[in-house]
Design a protein around this ligand. Structure first.
Ligand code: DX5
Ligand code: ZN
Length: 216
């Protein structure tokens, strides 16, 4: 089994002190940083964009796991690559052509990820699996942090895992120590967590609890 990688979602950070928040997650053992970009069109919320990402790129060496919840990801791939994204994940339900967008991400020298909303069958990812570096399964409706994990997610992870034994599977939304175990059992590799990790008093213990069951 692969080592589980942890990707804290910056959306839940204290935005008045991002450098401290980044250092806290780095010290806690995070493997990368999840950056949720929302355009108010693809999802009914607006988060942060290029200038913020370019600035925090200078504040940490953690890889950037970008999650684009925007209507036209293809148009912005070069700009986000330039801003410092290492992995660029976009949505199958966006307006951009998936194959073209994956090719553009690779042309920019970055890893390509494709995501599906909870209502989209994971089978819709199957035609693209050979060209992807990761797949992201949403375990909440995209748009907001702090929502509850959707209970059919482990079955969706299993269905994708069965078809793509070697592909890193990223799960995003409502991840805490309990739901993380369900995702690990189902075959997930990367766990995104916002409110659980940034809200934790002991971030290192919270990161560890996502990786493995708490010993009794
Ligand atoms: C939701 C985002 C998630 C979110 C996760 O649209 O894609 O990354 O920030 O936050 P929590 O862990 O609080 O559900
Ligand atoms: Zn996300």
């Amino acid at each position: 089994m692969n080592r589980i990688r942890i990707s804290p979602s910056l959306l839940a950070a204290d935005f008045t002190c991002l450098d401290r928040e980044l250092a806290r997650m780095e010290r806690a053992g995070a493997d990368m940083l999840h950056l949720d970009v929302m355009d108010g069109v693809f999802v009914p919320n607006i988060s942060f964009g290029l200038p913020v990402i370019a600035s925090i790129r200078r504040a940490t060496s953690l890889p950037f796991d970008l999650h684009l919840m925007i209507a036209d990801p293809l148009r912005y791939v070069p700009a986000f690559a330039e801003a410092g994204a290492d992995m660029i994940t976009f949505h199958l339900e966006s307006n951009s052509d998936p194959a073209e967008t994956i090719a553009a991400i690779h042309a920019a020298g970055r890893q390509a990820g494709l995501s599906v909303r909870p209502g989209t069958p994971v089978e819709a990812l199957f035609p693209f699996l050979d060209t992807l570096d990761l797949a992201l399964i949403m375990s909440v409706e995209p748009g907001f942090g702090g929502q509850s994990f959707l209970s059919d997610t482990p079955d969706r992870i299993r269905a994708l895992r069965g078809r793509a034994p070697g592909l890193p599977i990223n799960v995003d939304g409502g991840i805490n120590a309990k739901t993380a175990a369900l995702c690990r059992d189902a075959g997930a590799d990367i766990l995104v967590s916002g409110s659980f990790l940034f809200g934790a008093e002991d971030a290192a213990a919270a990161v560890a609890s996502l990786r493995q069951p708490i010993p009794r």
